[in-house]
Design a protein around this ligand. Sequence first.
Ligand code: BGC
Length: 739
Amino acid sequence: MTGIGQHKDQAAAIERRIAELLGRMTLEEKIGQMSQVNAGEPGAPEYLGDALRAGQIGAVINLVDPAVANELQRIAAEESRLGIPLLVGRDVIHGFTTIAPIPLGLAATWDTELVRETAAVAAAEAAAAGINWTFAPMIDVARDPRWGRIAESFGEDPCLTARLGVAAIEGFQGDDLAAPGRIAACAKHFAGYGAVEGGRDYDATSIPENELRNVHMTPFRAAVDAGVATLMTSFSDLNGVPATANEFLLRDVLRDEWGYTGLVVSDWESIPQLSVHGVAADDRECAAQAATAGIDLEMASSTFRDHLPALVAEGRVSGEAIDAAVAHILRTKFRLGLFDDPYVDPGRLPSRPQDARLRVMKEAALKSAVLLKNDGHVLPLAPERPGTIAVIGPLADAAYEQLGTWVFDGDPGLSVTPLEGIRKLADGTTEVRYAPGMATSRTRSEEGFDEAVAAARAADAVILVLGEESILSGEAHCRADIGLPGAQPALVRRIRQLGKPVVAVILAGRPLTLTDVIDDLDGVLFAWHPGTMGGEAIAELLFGVESPSGKLPATFPRMVGQVPIYYGHKNTGKPPSPETVVHIDEIAPGAPQTSLGMTAFHLDAGYRPLFPFGHGLTYTQFRYAGLVLSRNELSVGESIDVSVEVANIGHREAEDVVQLYVRDLIGSVTRPVRELKAFRRVRLGPGESATVGFALHTDALAFYDRHNRLVVEPGEFHLWVGGSSEAGLRADFRVIGAD
Ligand code: BGC
């Protein structure tokens, strides 16, 4: 029998078992399946045992004890009437105990294989703790760095987010969800959460359907096509209807258009919050709206348990809606193999040795750091040079802070800090002097500056380890000012006055506005929150053991007032150019109203970001030439081959991320000025070159048109290939109708 045949048989068998089970379930047992309970509260495990016996619970969240998980599974399997096993969920976001860079950092690797690996490591560690379901990846397109959850995102671009989201899903789930060490993934938060007003978490969103489909839904569609087992709704209000009660999202698009058959979970208490939003008067109405809209499983709250029996009895919620929800939940449990074996035996799991897991996380940290600036080749520091380095800053030796947001189970004891990494590499040749300068990243006092200045004065070069502590990004941790917090800019200025070479390593959960410090720094390595192995990776990059290769997954604004600013914007009817931009300081007194360019820019910030999407320097230089298309005209349904010569014309081995962008010049709806369509890492030694090829199919050019139909519209396209979203090497092609 072929593999595909086998899958089909298994799927058919699962459908038979679901139908058979549904036929035997009482309404109460069905509603029990639709309830997920917080097991993280004291005393919960005991209460849960009784509820499980009675068939009142289908899933738990925040249980991380394998012995308790096994005991609960035993009760569910052996002591409940129908023996339905339990989903055990936990936020395993970028690692479990061994921590990878935050997702935004992982996105800066542009490395799908590596993202898959980090997720596989996390899945295996979590599975050993009895967990069979994670609430990741978050694939909300995030274009507002004020929003704390940009840390948990893959950045601003739908294509990059979709590719990395799918890689993470594959890493968690593998080919076979039932295989040991695999767990169900959850694509979240459907949909539009990244567009919260003002970058304030949980705030409302207003997203026209066309933008929703062309931008925010793109990664979710890819996740569904990749077989993601579960999806979570967003807390946010979408155009007046909160996502948790949004039939358009959950029924029309997700089920009817996309054919999704997995389960949909609400977010934490997002069902009772429907009344706080103001679309339902009470919990009962909340439950009715959520169940009708298409929520299968209620996270943390109990409105389903409390009200669905009566709502079904009176016909307010249909029996078919309940059956469909329960089928989605049971399907997930069958796919996970829980009916065959719900227990975890950590000893029997294929576990990679700790060293191997640390290696994966280190590679991710190495590839995620983005070299933003390197004036006068201040980096790499030569390790063999005798001398003294000063390591200064509140995040130089902060084992917990470098792990970033969402590390419930992360072990700071495993962390290698930048100071430790630098000390290890400098060993014996270079003296390292350390002074934190500030107690935390938010400290306003300059009390510690004198000690830091003394350390810097005695040094040949200064490494400042700056940024944001973990708590300043992540869920509910938004900032209106996204500069370096506290006295950090003042610290930079004090150190600069010494006239030494100064390099900043910045650890942060979001793009920061660095305009006020950038000129006082010779080099800037932006390392995000790099996880467990951050310090070792940073030291190797600083000393040139490895060359930086991260690329920005989100635009860095000059000023927060520029937000939203992203590369894939619309052209407008009045696009700015260097010729039309006037700076506020240059305006002549009494200038006539229409004398200032009349294009889309800010008088005080222009229209350019500080660093564009896709940007990242390294210790060598790459030259792009010879962009060739296999043809200049293709029909809908065909592909073109794109090839480009990439040469390393510097003196060090390094990797570049080759990026391919297109612009669809004329559409029935306006199209972005550039859109990422493909990317690939390439590693080249000094003097080496390679031909890098991409196949571009017209499917990749499809978009939702004026009537929100997915189409490929014939017409002219520009195509660029290069090392950032500002790549200049261009070739043009034309798409013609199918006949
Ligand atoms: C978050 C989700 C998370 C859930 C469970 C919510 O507050 O929005 O992303 O998975 O909590 O912890």
